[in-house]
Write a protein that binds this ligand. Structure first.
Ligand SMILES: [Fe+2]
Ligand SMILES: [Fe+2]
Length: 291
């Protein structure tokens, strides 16, 4: 455990929250070389374009997450939570910036992400205009639970990173590690401001429909644009990977449903062992200095 990622007793939900982590802000350097293959995950269109579709949503999405937390920052009196908020904002700002660069790089390889990025931005702007600040923060809390599960249970637990081109894997490893590190920050802010359980849970219900629907539509659009829409072998392989064997989405369902418990806290699911292993394996080559 590094100094910046120190652990302290959680403040907001002592009965069910054993720990929290102060997120460490890192400045990575990635090698986006020209010879990275177009289908850089397992040489497979559906798996690669699924992550590309998600990457398209990150720049606008992560700016929204930052703003939803920042809205309440001045109301937080706990110095530890203030530190965690600064770490959260720093990490998400770097994610937004690096995925913007990655999306431009993928666009140059012929994967049309610019339109997806614009659609996500329009949706985020709609939410900024039409949802209360409390519901905007609840949206962030819900998506943070999704991203932490995907990071811990999908990217870090199985062989996805090993199956990727070695220039691409560190980007996803770095992002997954930091999503796990800061997974409780928005939740702790939400609890600290007295956010309602009804809004927290109903926003997760909305996200649980919107996130898979948007991602599936975007994936189908990218597959179509790439002439892969009827690549049954690739679709079947991706579906098997997610829902069959190893069945990464299927296996994360129990952790997903814990969100609906009134005793839920992100650190009830402790994946620090996986994250430590991933840090040792992936971060050394890409982190030159700390912010
Ligand atoms: Fe992120
Ligand atoms: Fe995040």
């Amino acid at each position: 455990m590094t100094a910046a990622a120190s652990i302290s007793r959680s403040r907001s939900n002592k009965r069910t929250a054993p720990v929290t982590v102060i997120p460490e802000v890192r400045q990575p350097n990635f090698d986006l070389a020209d010879d990275v293959p177009k289908y850089w995950w397992d040489n497979d269109p559906a798996k690669t374009l699924l992550l590309a579709a998600m990457s398209a949503s990150f720049p606008a999405g992560e700016r929204f997450f930052i703003d939803s937390v920042r809205h309440y920052q001045s109301q937080i009196t706990d110095p530890e939570l203030q530190k965690a908020i600064r770490g959260f904002i720093g990490q998400e700002a770097h994610h937004s910036k690096e995925h913007q660069a990655l999306n431009g790089y993928l666009e140059d390889k012929g994967i049309g992400l610019a339109r997806l990025d614009r659609e996500v931005l329009a949706f985020m702007n709609w939410m900024r205009k039409n949802l209360s600040p409390e519901r905007q923060l609840a949206h962030t809390v819900a998506v943070e639970h999704f991203t932490a599960l995907m990071a811990e249970e999908f990217l870090l637990k199985y062989d996805a990173l090993e199956e990727m081109d070695p220039r691409m894997a560190p980007i996803w490893a770095w992002h997954a590690i930091e999503e796990s590190e800061h997974k409780a920050v928005a939740f702790d802010v939400y609890k600290a401001i007295g956010g309602s359980e009804f809004v927290r849970v109903t926003e997760m219900m909305a996200v649980s429909i919107l996130f898979p629907v948007f991602t599936s539509i975007h994936l189908a659009q990218l597959m179509k644009e790439d002439g892969q829409l009827f690549n049954i072998k690739s679709w079947a392989g991706a579906v098997k990977y997610m829902w069959g064997k190893p069945g990464v989405f299927r296996k994360l369902m129990p952790s997903y449903f814990k969100y609906y418990s009134p005793n839920f806290h992100p650190w009830n699911h402790d994946a620090r062992d996986l994250v430590e292993k991933a840090k040792n394996k992936w971060l050394g080559a890409i982190i030159s200095k700390k912010a």
